[in-house]
Design a protein around this ligand. Sequence first.
Ligand code: SF4
Length: 337
Amino acid sequence: MGITIQDMRTRPLRDLRISVTDRCNFRCVYCMPKEVFGRDFAFVPQNRLLTFEEIARLARIFIDHGVRKIRLTGGEPLVRRDLPRLIAMLAAIPGLDDLTLTTNGSLLAKQARALKEAGLRRVTVSLDSLDDAVFMAMNDVDFPVERVLEGIDAAAAAGLTPIKVNMVVKRGLNDGNILDMARHFRGTGHVLRFIEYMDVGTTNGWRLDDVLPAAETVRTINAEFPLEPLDSNYPGEVANRYRYRDGAGEIGLIASVTRPFCGDCTRARLSPEGALYTCLFATVGHDFRALLREGRSDEEIGARVRSLWGKRDDRYSELRSSETIGLPKVEMSYIGG
Ligand code: SF4
């Protein structure tokens, strides 16, 4: 099914992350700080968003070029109206092995069943603390933890499993909640993943001092719940996996700062406007919406995919330094994590 294309580092194109909106109902301080993304912020207007038909057509062309996994992201993808209709279109494309979605969980309790029925396989839910005061300080819209936990339960009940729960750890903000999170999700079958705070975009005021290295997180948990490392499920998996020795499940560490994983990065990202980014920390996107709306053929668009991926040489996390931090990187809220 389809062809395999490789980049300059012989990394195949396998994963496409599709951001369906740059809007979100949260204002997480490490992604979409309120001071920048305030009431007057110019989000992408409706007529410049890719339509579901355009997204599905592009997805089919990317699947013809080796994509096997699609992750829907945002902003917050569940604020995009009628999302189950898009999911049904994507789920119907032959050759797709995995169709998942990353959400802040705020709207999941209402939508989980419809997402599953439309063909979504599983979900990843972002939850940065179980402490309401800390969580509200991080999402900056006073949204309570309880409602996200209800969303996770609804997703489990709907069969959107296995569920992954992502916690972005920022030193001095929620690093004191690591053990609470581990205690809460142990034995649930959900995989809790700890993400090192990253210098995504240009707006979150990132400092290396605010990064809690993954090794410290492992030490903290291992002291109470002995852990042992696990092999990756597949090449290019972003998380370093560990299992609890007592069989209570597993956790993951996503350590872009202290353990870069660019070597087998197989991910491309599509913005809500149809711009392709070949790295989370890219400074330039490549316009595919114009190709679609100019009436280019699948073959012409496919050729563009091949030429862009073939020239790809990204490895930002390996090159991260005081010089790179100030680069005009694309915002994570625009292309998804
Ligand atoms: S920094 Fe870029 S190249 Fe490296 S793993 Fe992340 S997205 Fe891939």
